[in-house]
Design a binder for this molecule. Structure first.
Ligand code: NAP
Ligand code: GDD
Length: 325
């Protein structure tokens, strides 16, 4: 019998890579999608016939119960979220409903329906926020700086609580920023690499950005989804940081991306205060030694290669308005 995996957020960056990884391992893959007035499956169209898509929403508890009851998965990956930090200041209540309450609804659906599933929660380095120490580990206290970060802290703790209270195999992957050619176009890395492609095609001559001093630990999404799968294969449920252990500023990303395209970013970038945040996370850098020791996990792709991969993909794509990804 094939193992069954259920993924929320399958249409997102991470969900698409995870679905590919699980199909390669011969899982039966179920993905929850939201109804949309336009297509929202571009990242999984290439595996459309191999995965089973079901409609649902993390804000709708009754459908989560029904899906757990009928599918009875062996592994549940909760990747669905309103994942944009800046947007979470504009829609804090919706962000909390999806990113905090949604996790509780899903955990409770598993428990109430008596499903023996292992559960992965997409926790985030954004929980460290105004970071208390450098680098951040599984033991670093949280100080979230956005409605998104606060919601993820709730989800982190409710996941641990269901593990401790009900003996569920429920884990938190505390993932630092991870990117790819499939990264959403409004996150800073992809916004930059898409702009490089568009500038080189003569379609764009300006890039408006916010805080260039922020530093992030940027890795490759596919590596991180391999790590998420490993967490659910461990002997005991536990929480793990996945990171590269390197940090770079947005300005360094600009240097690398525009440089790879043979361009000087200062000729194109305008600072626009619309992209500043009411509260910022200044520096993130993770220590992944626990994942290395206990899961044998290490990042394969580092900063320079990641930037080149993203710029090359965006150079090859057609006109900006014709591609969603
Ligand atoms: P993403 O590309 O923004 O994908 C988010 C996914 O969640 C999409 O499939 C989206 O569906 C779905 N979704 C949004 N609201 C939903 C709702 N109310 N009910 C059900 N599904 C909903 O995000 P990602 O980069 O793949 O990240 C995956 C997860 O990891 C998220 O939980 C994110 O917060 C977390 N995380 C990401 C990073 C990172 O650097 N990428 C780091 C740490 C943690 P639509 O396609 O219909 O919008
Ligand atoms: N999005 C965006 N757009 N960010 C900008 C811009 C801009 O025009 N200009 C500067 N930045 C800065 C932000 O202020 C932030 O400090 C940094 O670039 C990274 O922003 P994002 O790419 O939006 O990512 P994030 O770090 O806020 O959040 C991502 O990583 C988290 C993990 O730490 C998201 O993927 C979250 O879902 C994830 O949890």
């Amino acid at each position: 019998m094939k193992r069954k995996a259920f993924i929320t957020g399958i249409t997102g960056q991470d969900g698409s890579y995870l679905a590919e990884i699980l199909l390669e391992k011969d899982y039966e893959v179920f993905g929850m999608v939201r109804r949309s007035s336009s297509f929202n499956t571009a990242r999984i169209d290439h595996i459309f016939g191999e995965v089973e898509l079901v409609f649902g929403d993390l804000c709708d508890g009754s459908v989560l119960n029904q899906l757990m009851r009928t599918i009875r998965p062996d592994e549940v990956y909760n990747l669905g979220a309103q994942s944009h930090v800046r947007v979470s200041f504009d829609v804090p209540e919706y962000t909390a409903d999806t990113d905090a309450m949604g996790t509780l609804r899903l955990l409770d659906a598993i428990r109430e329906e008596g499903v023996q599933a292992r559960f992965y929660q997409a926790s985030s380095s954004e929980m460290f926020g105004k970071a208390r120490e450098i680098p951040q580990t599984e033991e670093t206290p949280f100080h979230p700086r956005s409605p998104y970060g606060v919601s993820k802290v709730f989800s982190y703790w409710i996941t641990r609580n269901y593990r401790e209270a009900y003996g569920m195999f429920a884990v938190n992957g505390i993932l630092f920023n991870h990117e790819s050619p499939r990264r959403g176009p409004t996150f800073v890395t992809r916004k930059i690499t898409r702009a490089v492609g568009a500038i080189l095609r003569g379609e764009q001559n300006e890039l408006r950005l916010g805080n260039l001093d922020a530093k992030r630990d940027w890795g490759y999404a596919k590596d991180y989804m391999d790590g998420a799968w490993r967490m659910l294969q461990a002997d005991e449920p536990d929480d793990f940081v996945l990171a590269t252990g390197e940090t770079h500023s947005v300005e360094e990303f600009l240097d690398a991306a525009f440089g790879h395209g043979g361009l000087e970013w200062r000729d194109y970038v305008q600072i626009d205060e619309r992209y500043f945040r009411p509260a910022e996370v200044d520096v993130l850098i993770g220590d992944y030694s626990k994942a290395k020791e206990k899961l044998g996990w290490e990042p394969n792709v580092r900063f320079e290669e990641l930037v080149r991969m993203m710029v090359d993909a965006d150079r090859e794509r057609g006109k900006l308005e014709e591609h969603y990804l």
